[in-house]
Design a protein around this ligand. Sequence first.
Ligand code: ANZ
Length: 780
Amino acid sequence: MKIWEDEKIFQDTYKQVDVTPDSKMYLLYAFAYPSGSGLHVGHVEPVTALDILARYYRSIGKKVFFPVGWDAFGLPAENYAVKTGIPPVKTTKDAIDTFSRQIKRIGVSYDWGTEVATCHPGYYRWTQWLFLQLYKKGLAYKKLAPVNWCPSCQTVLANEQVVEGLCERCDTKVDLKNMNQWFFKITDYKDELIEGLDKLDWPKATKQQQINWIGKSHGELIKFPFVNTEIEGDLEVFTTRPDTIEGVTFMVISPEHVLVPTIASQSSNNIEIQKYVEKCAKDTDEERQINKDKTGVFTDAYVKNPVTNEKIPVWISNYVLSGYGTGAIMAVPFTDERDRAFAEKYDLEIKEHGKYKKLVGKKEVQYKLRDWLISRQRYWGAPIPIVYDPQGKAHPVKKEHLPWLLPTDVDFKPTGESPLRLSKEFIDRVEKLYGKGWTPEYDTMDTFVDSSWYYLRYTDPRNEEEFANIDHLKKWMPVDFYMIGPEHIVLHLLYSRFFTKFLRDEGYLSVDEPFSKMRHQGMILGPDHRKMSKSKGNVINPDDVMSEYGADTLRMYEMFLGPIDQDKPWNVDSVQGLYRFLKRVWRMYGLIPPQSQTLLLTKEEYPKGEVVDNNDNLTIALHHTIKKVGQDIENLKFNTAISAMMELLNEWESAKLLNGSIANNLTVQQFNKSNKFLKILSPFAPFMTEEIWRNILKNKTSIHLEPWPEFDEDLLKQSKITLPVQINGKVRGTIEIEIQMKEEDIIKMIIEDENFSKYIHEGKYKKVIYVKGKIVNIIV
Ligand code: ANZ
């Protein structure tokens, strides 16, 4: 709403004072990648959920921090540039404008004063600074490593561009190619990255995935001496099951194992081994693991089992990975499934075994986690701030040269080299600043580097001296609640935790973990229950829904869909249901003439007979609802909060309609005047409630600055009422119920009550008319 911007009611919240760990509420939505196609209804749900939290927590007096930004570097913009020739800087800016407009239309109460975009030099200079801090500490280093290479496109591909081993663009089989690459030494923090999970309020499954990714295993390193005298030394294996050593019937080494050339040179199978090793060199680790068909080749070499002294044959196979353990295993086909499959295929012995309890080798702990490869031979990313002297030695770019600007004189056609190599300006810049013969590092950083520290920058987004002032970091960190898609379970979270721990060790941060509480939103599926996609034609555009029904309806609808963490299909009818609910609220404030007959019951359905006046029912229901909506918001149960408000609206309408008594009118008037209903609805429907609040109720300041209404606990305790019970229109007595009791429970109570059961034969009845809190009429 323009008025919110004019009055700056959500602006510059990062500057709030007297922020304490108890009073603060840092709400974070995983910042979006601004794609050209605009905002998706799938973004609307989590961002609305967070907005409701933000509006609620503000009104209960918390100091809320709710920043916004863009994960704006990355491949799609660059691919688009390759296709169209429009520079990513332009397409990204346009996309951000579209997203911002849409998000404002949805009414998200972001603090736009914090806005950051990772592709902005004011942001990425600090990404580069972070690189240099890691470099100084020896945690950023360069080494030879395999990259995905598409021989047809002549280019390096990011992992996401490789789909089942094929190039996403041309379906050519991707090769591995060794190149010098930059890494971050995340493995220095591996144990802490496991232990730190204990104290976090995160979904269990997410924590488990982090643990699996780090993959800590306890086992033994065991040496098997070679029987062939020409091969020196032992074959060392890592095993988590040393107790199965008596069942070992063969050994397997990976095609890249250091001993392969020696073993091959002694083998009569030399040529076959070489061929096999070459073939395997082209497969990525991932392919090897998914590859069900295990292949292998026998080497002619034998080792001796140190426990049984048996002679054991040595095989080479791609099911053993070179980068894990020692790259060699003892195979126990009796117990291990993969070994069994291999033994069956090559007709190797499967030997039953007992449990050996003694230590054979030495105790060893192994991890699956590898250092983080951050080099990208790509254009649209932060340049790695390194220059090389004429001897090829790496030097950090000086701090005064940051931001180390991404050159703009670049041709986007893929050539198989880093696009920055083609920038004359970049090369000239380095010679000018550092001397003749000096050259830049041409790679850019993985976009995960940009996106794994943005929540720190938010706390002090315009600081030009530091990535964020230490006091600002102290004030806001850690993030109190993070909402992020389940697709980011592993890498982004692990990298963010790594950066946090590193910066803590450097003295910049006083927290160990960045995100205290985290939840994942589910996916919004198409009306056909399938994932929305352009090709299936089942995409719902939030702009269309807003044009037809307004932003409040879109928000309420998405919140009413069901539990936030579940996948849910879109349902057009239910959008209209929410729309009708909001229209009824309008009417209650007299904006549209009330069409009373359509509100609750038809005239014929009104119960005849006595109506006992329970004037306070409406008040009690209101207090119940205030309590419930507050609790539900805190527990992220937005759908049940909305149901409760719907029930309250029914109550309110029936109070207005059903009874003309003065006392009852007073209750309704009081209810209207208190505006408590409007306030509890306001986080969900911020536009309409503001409109009613200011224009109908003539308030001068925003409803979103009003405090959350209090509820009277005593009143709720007294909420038992006496309900008249009619059978076939005749009052037969009364029962005591809780005002909030559900219809079906009331019926059950009546049927079981002997005062009434005699009128209801075998508990059978035709129809029930229950006017909440007023009367129940059972037609038998
Ligand atoms: C004998 C054995 C018997 C094993 C048994 C398992 C079960 P985690 O838990 O993942 O650490 N292994 C060791 N290095 C390997 C490599 N480079 N590539 C493929 N497999 C490798 O698993 C460790 C187990 O995986 C090790 O224990 C080893 O097989 C295998 F009934 O040794 B075991």
